[in-house]
Design a protein around this ligand. Structure first.
Ligand code: HEM
Length: 392
């Protein structure tokens, strides 16, 4: 385990926790060697997914893809980030982790009426609509999850383990700070914030990207056929399991993933920024300290930069040098600059391996539509529950 003191991670007495925490996560979690060394976890979890889908396909033709994929990414993220194997865990299981990913989405997406109309009327409407109760329940579930992970890391027997993860490192830092008597103290809340931030950032984004990929492929049979033909011709039809090595042989498949990230960026609006000084943008004066929101979704569908922007067309990236690493500003699904997603490589590895398994081993389609069913594929929520396994 690497030990830090406050100076190592750049803490300042002015509370720049974010800088420090980002630095820890980049060093401990997002470095290339670490990502490579965790390949076996992503592969094992995908093997389990394929096994479960094959079993369920033989008895029941439909599958709730949303739950299945959130379980996959939840399991991978918990193992990689917190060293928690959900298949052996006492306080969390695979089913609940998928719900938790949804609970976190609810926490992010619930708009309180009282935020816009502070005062009695706003509070009454929230109470009447049950918004407060929903949020309270979500927070309570979420709090239990982070507390359990923290407690698990604080168990005395854990400290003698060989392998440590980012939470172990932060706990180690906390004890060192006490010894050093530094003025800034890393708190338990910082650790809990890291747990919840990493979980939301990793699970939700990768899960939703995969769900949109299957959705768009079902909507566009031409692309589905082309991508599956490439995969099955390149890898042959006798493989028992897929490894990350197989990804290196595919070309069109990767263009397809890029196109999904363009059309459906998991974080349509990037993390907020603040202007450091007065700037003029397209004739508008923007004073210093103004919050700026960047709409990556709108940028990636801007007809000034993209031909037929709403069309799902992976070929647009053929012979193009445009990439998602934050340098081409017309395509920033992972953001750009100082706050760019530190998990790009991890996110791409999770999404590509998951999709490759789904597309190699299974054919996907929609079940028969029954009277009264909502129009399919109008948004990921509707599409997900309807997607079907047809072959294995
Ligand atoms: C397809 C998958 C993913 C997408 C599309 C995605 C996208 C993003 C975006 C757009 C941001 C904000 C960047 C900005 O405002 O400039 C972000 C931040 C972040 N992402 Fe990802 N991400 C993905 C996967 C992951 C994974 C797997 C992890 C962790 C294992 C992760 C960890 C983070 C963290 C910690 C931040 C916050 C960085 C900060 O506060 O400075 N992401 N991500």
């Amino acid at each position: 385990m690497i030990s830090y003191n406050c100076k190592d991670v750049g803490f300042t007495p002015y509370g720049e926790e974010w800088k420090a925490l980002r630095k820890i996560s980049v060093v401990e979690l997002f470095n290339a060697k670490k990502i490579q060394s965790l390949t076996y976890i992503r592969e094992e979890e995908n093997d389990l997914l394929v096994k479960k889908l094959m079993e369920s396909a033989s008895s029941r033709p439909t599958v709730n893809l949303k739950k299945t994929l959130y379980t996959l990414v939840g399991s991978i993220v918990c193992r990689i980030e917190f060293g928690i194997n959900l298949h052996e865990c006492e306080f969390m299981d695979e089913d609940r982790i998928a719900d938790l990913a949804d609970i976190l989405k609810l926490m992010e997406n619930t708009n309180l009426f009282s935020d816009f109309f502070p005062g009695r009327i706003g509070r009454f409407v929230d109470w009447f609509l049950g918004q407060n109760k929903r949020l309270e329940n979500a927070f309570s579930e979420h709090n239990t999850f982070t507390n359990n992970i923290l407690d698990d890391h604080l168990k005395p027997e854990r400290r003698i383990q060989e392998s440590s993860d980012i939470i172990d490192v932060m706990i180690d830092m906390m004890s060192k700070q006490d010894e050093d008597g530094d003025s800034f103290k890393l708190t338990t809340n910082n650790v809990k914030g890291m747990i919840s931030g990493l979980f939301i950032a990793g699970a939700n984004t990768s899960g939703v990207t995969m769900i949109w990929a299957i959705t768009e492929l079902i909507r566009n049979p031409r692309v589905m056929k082309k991508v599956q033909d490439e995969i099955r011709t390149t890898l042959g039809d006798k493989k028992e399991r897929i490894t990350e090595q197989d990804l290196t042989k595919l070309h069109y498949f990767k263009l397809m993933v890029k196109e999904i990230l363009r059309l459906h960026p998991a974080a349509p609006v990037l993390l907020p920024r603040e202007t450091m000084s007065h700037v003029k943008i397209q004739g508008y004066d923007v004073p210093a300290k103004t919050q700026i929101l960047i709409n990556a979704y709108a940028i990636a569908r801007d007809p000034k930069h993209w031909k037929n922007p709403d069309e799902f067309n992976p070929e647009r990236f053929e012979d193009s040098s445009i990439d998602y690493k934050g340098l081409n500003f017309e395509f920033i699904p992972f953001g750009s600059g100082r706050r760019i997603c530190p998990g790009i490589a991890m996110g791409i590895a999770i999404v590509e391996l998951g999709l490759l398994n789904l597309l190699y081993f299974f054919d996907w389609g929609l079940p028969e539509k029954e009277e009264g069913d909502e129009e399919i594929i109008t948004g990921n929520e509707v599409a997900l529950d309807l997607v079907q396994v047809l072959r294995h």
